[in-house]
Design a protein around this ligand. Structure first.
Ligand SMILES: NC(=O)c1ccc[n+]([C@@H]2O[C@H](COP(=O)([O-])OP(=O)(O)OC[C@H]3O[C@@H](n4cnc5c(N)ncnc54)[C@H](O)[C@@H]3O)[C@@H](O)[C@H]2O)c1
Length: 258
């Protein structure tokens, strides 16, 4: 029986957008639970830094550069995972961007398409090639898509991101329905206000401080730590969550309960 300390022992997992923020923390948490982690990011230097931090802590990790909006690169990411560690067991599809700040009537459709490509189409692409590999192995598996509380509590001037994150929940549910018979579980985590470079950039853009913002976004009155979301994703990747699929797990300190 696996204990919390080794709950991902022997498993091979991909984390996209693992160069910084929540992806990096998730990769470190998963490696801490014994997984062989494929750290993937479009930013090579950042991804390699995450790998170095995992290796320094005694974990196992390997970097693969990948732009998740590019189908050939996503296909190659899964292929290199199998070439490196021999199989795939789980994946956390985490990479995303948030540059959309115009109201709908003023939207620049090229920028809108870019967010949809990186935040939604990417999740479809990752699921497509991850699930193909899991089906080929025939042993099931677990996929975690990173959504957002924006799927339930949208903000104005952020239509592409909000639409993409609604779509991530739709893809998660569809994947869970299609592949439950083959033992592949597909879940989402919905982070609230988590202290990452993405959140810090949004604060700066809006001239907010943590003191202004955190009490409105968290019943606990503070931003979340990236590893607090990483723990949820690691649990959903592990056999400890074997009866959970199609679920969206909010990690938001009660923000959605108000
Ligand atoms: N930070 C928050 O408060 C918050 C809240 C809700 C949801 N989220 C979601 O959590 C996830 C992680 O967010 P974060 O705050 O850690 O973001 P971040 O901006 O701090 O880090 C994102 C990482 O993704 C990488 N990336 C960007 N575009 C990519 C691409 N095309 N291909 C591959 N990698 C790419 C970046 O290089 C970076 O390493 C995202 O899905 C985000 O939407 C974040």
């Amino acid at each position: 029986m696996s204990s919390a300390r080794n709950r991902l022992d022997g498993k091979v997992g991909i984390v996209t957008g693992a160069g910084m923020g929540m992806g990096a923390a998730t990769a470190r948490v998963m490696a801490g639970y014994g997984a062989n982690v494929i750290v993937s990011d479009i930013n090579v230097a950042a991804g390699e830094e995450t790998v170095a931090s995992i290796l320094a802590a005694g974990g196992k990790a390997h970097f693969v550069a990948c732009n998740v909006a590019d189908e050939e690169q996503v296909k190659a990411l899964v292929a290199e995972t199998v070439a490196t560690y021999g199989k795939l067991d789980c994946a956390v599809n985490n990479a995303a961007i948030t540059p959309d700040v115009l109201p709908i009537a003023d939207a620049d459709m090229a920028a809108w398409d870019r967010v949809i490509d990186v935040d939604l189409r990417s999740v479809m692409l990752c699921m497509k090639y991850e699930i193909r590999q899991l089906l080929a192995q025939g042993q099931g598996g677990a996929i975690v898509n990173v959504g957002s509380v924006s799927a339930f509590r949208p903000q104005p001037n952020n239509s592409a991101y909000v639409a993409a994150k609604h779509g991530v929940i739709g893809l998660t549910k569809t994947g869970s329905l299609e592949y439950a018979p083959q033992g592949i579980r597909v879940n989402a985590v919905l982070p609230g206000a988590i202290d990452t470079p993405m959140l810090r950039a949004a604060l700066e853009h809006n001239n907010f401080t943590e003191e202004d913002f955190a009490p409105a976004l968290s019943l606990l009155g503070r931003f979340g730590r990236p590893e607090e979301v990483g723990e949820a994703s690691a649990w959903l990747c592990s056999d400890a969550s074997s009866y959970v699929t199609g679920h969206s797990l909010a990690v938001e300190a009660g923000y959605l309960t108000r």
